[in-house]
Ligand binder design. Structure first.
Ligand code: TPP
Ligand code: SF4
Length: 555
């Protein structure tokens, strides 16, 4: 058995490799990007004979469906994504709970409480209850490895996809991890392609009703497995009880040190172990609920009426903040023990480093031309999207008026055009366009919407660490043409200072065209051009930290 120093993300990935996956599927997104990247690097190291397929997918829904297809075909599959990615994949995900799986299918989701690199801080545990699937929540790198490893066999045992919920602090911190011995690992395992009859995988209403009933019938088994799970641990001691889940346990251990007078329940396996919770609450007068994310356990525990005769404290009572991450200080304060003066306090003295585009970034030249072209229109609507170019919100550009969810720029611009707004401008990156902008452009082209779309093609997924993009260059232009955009209003420009006047003139001309125009601004991200170890490693701005430009903006 070997020990390795791994990020939480890498530990999850190694667990999947050791469980014998046939493929890893993902679309980049912090804090989950490194899960796929680790599998990819290990598969390259092991060589083509390792039997692990790794390819970035166009978006999270596609990634989920590719993994589901692999599972149906008899190979174990892991799909990973950031929390908002699961919203994109939700259609496939929810229905896969009803079809069930063949070979093990494990979905690893990286939540981002505190929104270090995200547009919201939703809690993936709600999807567990929504889909009625099992979920593991590791509290350490070792648990990330073990739970992902075990999740594959469990997925096959219950015939369902199994979820694993990670959070940023775990994904991006390192610890030593003990791997399973060779004899336990599942390399090369294949399940027969046994298409069920009547088909569980064809969700016409008759089958779907039958399969949904099956999912409901499975619930008592899932609950009983959770009650017995080694990842849910109950210790009865004093009349004050503490419930933790996932990494919240670490904050409690740090605050209490060797003191252990409290009764404790740690939850790392869902559905919630109702019996263990009832035992703890029955034993205690006061229960503190400490969880990273939304007050999910606390709310379930309280119900609508509270628990008569018991005091339940947590985020809902204001003992912990409702927004953002737990901190050593907030948990220590709740537990009534003094916090050690720590690193977080020291950080407060540091000067702010507002995020900005790298020097020489092609997006800056595109924004400069667009802003100048629209200078005569104080009412110009500038819809934008998620990517490095969202930094165009800041001075000197102020060219980003919206940034909501991936792909939303074109559809929102189309909505504004339908409201009669003019001029309507829209900026979107090449990867975001391929992720979910293309379908919106199809509608805008069909309607010949009065708007000007500028596709910022820098040949990479800049913001998440310069991953390869699936659609750029000539292929992107051909795709735009194929969506029905008129060729006389489809242009390619090179955003460079020397082309500024010509580019500005062209954009102004297309603004004045009362119909749809698409301008593809093609110039590679400067870090792709000089791609090296730093650029490849991914940093907060996607530039691997080499430019020092963006400190808090990676999504
Ligand atoms: C649903 C969803 N998936 C993934 C992400 C993470 N993410 C943010 S922007 C982005 C793509 C950026 O690439 P591109 O559009 O090419 O712009 P660039 O950063 O290269 O300028 C990704 C993957 C996200 N925010 N939301
Ligand atoms: S990483 Fe590339 S695309 Fe992103 S800001 Fe820097 S130069 Fe621009």
């Amino acid at each position: 058995m070997s020990r390795e120093l791994l990020l939480g993300d890498e530990a999850a990935a190694q667990g999947a490799i050791d469980a014998g996956i046939g493929g890893a599927f993902s679309y980049p997104g912090t804090p989950a990007t490194e899960i796929f990247e680790y599998v990819e690097s290990q598969a390259q190291r092991m060589g083509p004979g390792c039997g692990i397929s790794t390819r970035w997918s166009a978006n999270e829904k596609v990634a989920y469906e590719e993994a589901l297809g692999m599972s149906y075909a008899g190979r174990r599959a892991m799909v990973s994504m950031k929390h908002v990615g699961l919203n994109v994949a939700a259609d496939a995900f929810m229905s896969s709970a009803i079809t069930g799986v063949n070979a093990g299918l494990v979905l690893v989701v990286g939540d981002d409480p505190g929104m270090h690199s995200s547009q919201n801080e939703q809690d993936t545990r709600f999807y567990q209850e929504f889909a009625q699937l099992p979920l593991f929540e590791p509290g350490s790198q070792q648990e990330a490895y073990d739970q992902v490893f075990e999740a594959f066999a469990y997925s096959e045992a219950v015939g369902l996809p199994v979820m694993v919920r990670m959070v940023t602090r775990l994904c991006h911190s390192r610890a030593t991890v003990q791997r399973r011995g060779e004899s336990e690992r599942g390399e090369g395992r294949v399940r027969a392609y046994a298409r069920p009859t009547p088909s569980d995988w064809v969700l016409v209403p008759g089958n779907a009703r039958r399969r949904f009933a099956h999912l409901l019938e499975l619930q008592p088994r899932l609950e009983s497995d959770s009650e017995q799970s080694r990842h849910n641990q109950l210790t009865l001691r004093g009349r004050r009880g503490i419930i933790t889940s996932g990494i919240a346990r670490n904050y409690v251990e740090e605050a209490l040190g060797g003191r252990s007078g409290e009764s404790r329940l740690h939850i790392g396996h869902y559905p919630l172990p109702g019996g263990l919770i009832r035992t703890l609450v029955g034993h205690c007068e006061e229960v503190l609920v400490i969880e990273e994310g939304y007050p999910l356990i606390e709310r379930r525990l309280n119900g609508l009426m509270g628990v008569p005769g018991k005091t339940i404290r947590g985020k809902l009572t204001g003992d912990l903040p409702l927004a953002g991450e737990l901190t050593p200080d907030s948990v220590a304060a709740m537990l009534g023990v003094g916090a050690e003066p720590g690193a977080i306090g020291a950080l407060a003295g540091l000067a702010d480093r507002p995020p900005q585009l790298c020097r020489g970034c092609p997006h800056a030249d595109s924004f400069r031309a667009m802003v100048e072209a629209a200078a005569g229109y104080p009412e110009a609507h500038m819809f934008s999207d998620i990517g490095c170019y969202a930094l165009g919100v800041a001075p000197p550009f102020r060219a980003v008026h919206t940034c909501v969810d991936m792909g939303a720029s074109i559809s929102m611009a189309h909505g504004a055009a339908q409201a009669g707004a003019h001029p309507v401008l829209c900026t979107i990156g090449d990867s975001t366009f391929a992720h979910s902008g293309m379908t919106a452009l199809l509608g805008a082209a069909h309607a010949d919407a009065n708007m000007t779309v500028i596709i910022l093609d820098n040949s990479t997924v800049g913001m998440t660490g310069a991953q390869d993009t699936l659609l750029c260059g000539e292929a992107l232009v051909a795709a735009v043409r194929g969506l029905g955009v008129r060729v006389d209003h489809l242009h390619v420009i090179e955003p460079l200072p020397k082309n500024h006047e010509a580019n500005t003139h062209l954009i102004r001309r297309e603004i004045n065209h009362r119909g749809l125009s698409v301008i593809v601004a093609q110039r590679a991200c400067i870090h792709v051009k000089r791609k090296g170890p730093a650029a490849e490693s991914g940093g907060s701005c996607g530039a691997g930290g080499v430019c020092g430009c963006v400190t808090i903006n990676t999504t």
